[in-house]
Design a protein around this ligand. Structure first.
Ligand SMILES: Cc1ncc(C[n+]2csc(CCOP(=O)(O)OP(=O)(O)O)c2C)c(N)n1
Ligand SMILES: [Mg+2]
Length: 394
């Protein structure tokens, strides 16, 4: 088979096991020449589940870019492992993993330019770090300590980074998508034609009213924005089939008059290419694109969740063992002789050590000064705030 079969076989069933098309050979890029509906029903893919590929389709991915993408995914996975362990030990209050979705998160962010803006949903902090968010600052924010730039005022795992245009996420599902469109509209209105914005959402967010408002504004205003949905097939306990009656999430974008693409979210090369296509289009005045990345939430929703209570974990096992985005990319690297076993081990040791040393430095930091509670609220704090602070200190 040279092309994804563009029929309902790629539709994800309620059980979460989509019968993914067998790809890995043939001209994957002819996907972009399909008609609008076929693109939204199809599934663009470059690397097959077992890491097979057609060299013609991977020309853009030289050794440097390929290793950079892989390292970004590996960093995210190893970081998740350490932070979840710290959460279980009671050292961190809260954490949410990207497990199984590393390709969707890193591959899409990698297709942007440094001047672009990223408005995240719940699982893009790895992407933020990949784009240069300072790791010390990120860890300080997780602890809410004195070095935290938000002085412990944000919820944990809601980092932000002004230097890299990484906006902190909003816990209210879907509210960030109109923000992303607003950022893009402002770029257009102020003539910042070299900048674009990417707004992330989960499958759950596509059922919110904010999704409608954002998609409609983006399309009507031809905003330079990428609307990126990580369809991980779960919204805490709500399975994909309970979220929409549409055959695919991408199809919903067509109703807004927006080009809508669909790709295998566990294939980082495919994720990079669809996002790059949308980014180039937006930068050249072509307006917004909606992208659905089909993936799976292998982890619990967050450290506060236990998915074994509401889903069949034998399905999760399939995604974890057979569809792991890191193993797939590793197979690609190995076939190109770009990553030996020794290289892999060295990379793991180096990343784990970098994470561990930052955590141990930040762990010992005291909390923010108590006076910081009323700073940055009024230029001259109101007497009532002064009084509350004095009471707190006494
Ligand atoms: C408006 C709103 N409703 C409900 C919640 C509770 N909630 C938090 S995360 C979540 C599910 C989100 O699912 P999805 O958008 O698919 O993202 P994922 O967690 O799968 O990455 C829900 C219902 C919320 N935070 N905000
Ligand atoms: Mg989801």
């Amino acid at each position: 088979m040279t092309q994804p079969e563009l029929n309902s076989s790629t539709k994800t069933t309620d059980s979460g096991v989509a019968s993914l098309p067998k790809v890995g050979s043939g001209p994957a890029f002819s996907y972009f020449e399909l008609d609008e509906e076929a693109k939204a029903r199809g599934l663009f893919s470059i690397l097959s589940e077992d890491g097979q590929f057609d060299r013609e389709n991977t020309k853009r991915f030289d050794k440097a870019l390929s290793l950079k993408l892989y390292r970004g995914m590996l960093w995210t996975r190893l970081m998740d492992k350490q932070f979840m362990a710290l959460q279980r030990q009671g050292v961190l209050g809260f954490y949410a993993e990207t497990l199984g979705q590393e390709a969707a998160s890193i591959g899409s962010a990698a297709a942007l330019e440094p001047q672009d803006w990223l408005v995240p949903a719940l699982r893009e902090h790895g992407a933020g770090l990949f784009r240069g968010m300072n790791f010390d600052n990120f860890v300080a924010q997780l602890f809410g300590n004195k070095k935290d730039i938000t002085q412990g005022r944000q919820m944990p795992l809601h980092p932000s980074c002004k230097d890299t245009n990484y906006v902190n996420m909003s816990s209210c599902i879907g509210t960030q998508i109109p923000h992303a469109v607003g950022v893009a509209m402002a770029m257009k209105a102020s003539g910042d034609t070299d900048k674009i914005c990417i707004g992330y959402m989960g499958d759950g967010a596509t059922s919110e009213g904010d999704y409608h408002a954002a998609m409609n504004f983006a399309a009507v205003m031809k905003a330079p924005v990428i609307m990126l949905c990580q369809n991980n097939q779960w919204a805490i306990p709500t399975a994909g089939g309970g979220q929409t009656a549409a055959d695919t999430i991408a199809l919903k974008g067509l109703g807004y008059g927006m080009e809508s693409l669909r790709a295998d979210g566990n294939d980082i090369l495919a994720v990079y290419e669809v996002t790059r296509y949308a980014a180039d289009k937006a930068r050249n005045g072509g307006g917004p694109t909606f992208i659905e990345l089909l993936t799976y939430r292998v982890s619990a929703h967050t450290s506060s969740d236990d998915p074994s209570r509401y889903r069949d974990e034998s399905v999760t096992k399939i995604w974890r063992e057979k569809r792991d985005p890191l193993l797939r990319m590793r197979a690609f690297l190995q076939q190109n002789s770009w990553l030996s076993e020794a290289d892999q081990e060295a990379m793991e040791v180096q990343i784990n050590e970098a994470i561990r040393s930052t955590v141990s430095a930040q762990r010992g930091q005291p909390g923010p000064e108590i006076d910081s509670l009323i700073e940055d609220v009024f230029e001259n704090p109101w007497w009532r705030l002064e009084e509350d602070l004095a009471n707190l200190k006494s």
